[in-house]
Every structure is written in C-alpha cells, then in structure tokens.
Design a protein around this ligand. Sequence first.
Ligand code: ATP
Length: 140
Amino acid sequence: MALPEKIHLEIVTPEKQLFSGEVDSVTVPSTTGYLGILPGHAPLLAELGIGEIAYRIGDRTEYSFCSWGFVEVLPDRVVLLAQEAEMASDIDIKRAEESKMRAEKMLSSKDSNIDFDRAQLALIRAISRLNAVKHRTAKH
Ligand code: ATP
C-alpha cells in the first residue's frame, strides 16, 4: 500500500475544536519528549505534556500551546485531545507574562505554604505559551 502524503490533523479540547485539516507534518509535546510525525507514521498512543504543537502546511508553520491530554497517531491521521490548548494567535501575552512572574515569585519564596510543584507547572505553562507566540511572530 502506498504511503499517505498528508496527515489529517485534529486538535480538540473539551471546549472547542482548535484545528481540523490536512498538514504535512506535526510535532507534539508528549510527556516523554517531543514527537515529530510525518505521514505514514506507525500507530501509537501517547500522553501529552505541557508545550507547543507545531504543524506545517506547505511553507507555513502554525504554533499552538497545549497542556495535558492524549495523542493518537495513525499513518494518515493524528488526533490531539488536549485538556487545554490555544492557537498562538489567541494567546493573551500579558496574561502569560503575569502568570510567569507570579510563578517565579512563588518559586523564589521561602514560604513553606507554597505548593512548589504547582508553581513549577504554572511557570512551564506560561513559558510554553510565550514560546508559541515567539515562534509564531518569528515566522510572520
Ligand atoms: P493563569 O495563571 O493566567 O490563569 P494558567 O496557566 O494557570 O494561567 P490554565 O489553567 O492553563 O491557566 O488555563 C485556564 C483557562 O485560561 C484555559 O481555558 C486556558 O485556555 C485559558 N488561558 C490561560 N492563559 C491564557 C493566555 N495567556 N491566553 C489565552 N488563554 C489563556
């Protein structure tokens, strides 16, 4: 059987469908590292961590943020079920910067009531959102 030339990509959250369409490749943040997927990839199911989704359509690459979920890979189809996801163009930069500052302040505090794991995850979310915006801006 011939290898598929494109991937049908779906990005969905419990609230919305972010994207549905044909792409040439996609990179997703699994909990064990970034997965680069081309058409014809072997089937697999993986957990999504916090990071950036990047997909290429011709010479255009789009970026989005996601946090936790699952990715199902088939040779001609990739479905991302994310707990949270936003296209880079929808990210509120000021909100992410404030969230980053808040998390950094908590992490540098000596207060024993602070939940450091929680602050660490908030920091990773904020940095990943800002990176998605930065990558998008660098390309446009
Ligand atoms: P914050 O500290 O600003 O609340 P957070 O990382 O704790 O950030 P989440 O729990 O990941 O926020 O998300 C809560 C909701 O707010 C989700 O629906 C998410 O899509 C949205 N959201 C969070 N930050 C941003 C942002 N910078 N731009 C756009 N939407 C955002």
